[in-house]
Ligand binder design. Structure first.
Ligand code: CUA
Length: 336
């Protein structure tokens, strides 16, 4: 191999290593990783992941050690006796892998079985309904408690989650809390969540469901019991704060526009059920299920033409008069 070729290969390998390192560094920063488990379910998956990882590491090391040994024997011209090779392949090529694979399969079955039951009997149930491309979230025990793309749960409590879909198949996955469960048309699937610490944990759709499959995120907010109870109460009965004159004009514009045909905002005349519930839109972590940050600029862009931020979604552009838009946005941000 010439020096030039060797140098080129070196640069190429360096580039690949850089891409891998950047990817891994990206993974480590605030991403939904099973390897940063915050719940009993994800912890099992994390344990299984590390078991498989170390078994693989030992397997690779063993192969390289045997390769080295074979080369060493060849160089020394150590004669191979009849029967040696058969015994060698029988033990290390068939017997050992069989034992390891059966053991790992057994551990996998044990974990799969354990994942059926939450650590404690759930006292709280949540209904999650998949839509293209957002998540409807209902608390059936509390009348009117409906939101979207955000699930609040109390810390250190097991919560039952019932999963259905309004259209195609989706899959509910909160990597730091629980492995995937599919949402299948005509079927109710169940899973559970149990967060061991307070925090926000990103969830995503893990089943390809169309154009905006990658923009179908949700956030699970685990909070202390008292905070959660207050949040749930306010969700069902939003406190009506004082509105400024601009916000009152915005509210009138909201009720005059077509918003209420598809959206509900409790405390207003908007009672549509096609799109996400807007009762707490002002406090949500994003707009469009992760399509954009929830600030005035993006919200304005979304209202005027949602197809720019999330092409293919069900919401058509809204002909809101430019003079009404600042009032409308100011009002929408009070919904929290
Ligand atoms: Cu919903 Cu992918």
């Amino acid at each position: 191999m010439s020096g030039v070729v060797r140098r080129r290969l070196g640069v190429r390998h360096l580039a690949v290593a850089c891409v891998l390192a950047t990817g891994l560094a990206g993974c480590a920063q605030n991403s939904p990783s099973t390897l940063d488990a915050a719940g009993a379910g994800a912890r099992r998956v994390e344990g299984l992941w590390w078991l498989l990882f170390w078994v693989s590491v030992v397997g690779v090391l063993e192969v390289f050690a045997l390769l080295g040994w074979a080369l060493w024997r060849r160089r020394r011209e150590v004669p191979v006796r009849a029967g040696d090779a058969t015994a060698f392949v029988g033990v290390l090529g068939v017997g050992l892998p069989f034992i390891v694979l059966v053991a790992v399969y057994g551990v996998g079955l044990r974990d799969l079985n354990a994942l059926v039951r939450p650590p404690a009997e759930p006292e709280l149930s949540i209904e999650v309904i998949g839509h293209r491309w957002w998540w409807e979230v209902r608390y059936p025990d509390v009348a009117g408690a409906v939101t979207a793309n955000e699930i609040h749960i109390p810390v250190d409590r097991s919560v039952r989650v019932r999963l259905t879909t309004a259209d195609v198949q989706h899959s509910f996955w909160v990597p730091q809390l629980m492995p995937k469960t599919d949402l299948i048309a005509g079927k109710v699937n169940q899973t559970w969540l149990h967060a061991e610490r307070a925090g926000t944990f990103r969830g995503l759709c893990a089943e390809y469901c169309g154009l905006q499959h990658a923009t179908m995120s949700l956030m699970v907010v685990a909070q202390p019991e008292g905070e959660f109870t207050t949040w749930l109460r306010d969700l069902a009965n939003p406190p009506s704060g004082e509105l400024t004159e601009q916000q009152l004009r915005g509210r009138a514009a909201f009720e005059a526009a077509a918003c209420g045909a598809c959206h509900t905002a409790r405390g207003t005349t908007a009672t549509g059920t096609i799109g996400p519930d807007l009762t707490t839109i002002g406090a949500r972590w994003s707009i469009g299920a992760g399509a954009a940050p929830n600030d005035e600029g993006h919200l304005g862009g979304w209202v005027v033409n949602p197809q720019n931020l999330k092409p293919g979604n069900q919401m058509p552009p809204q002909p809101v008069p430019a003079s009404d838009l600042p009032d409308l946005l100011s009002y929408l941000q009070t919904l929290r």
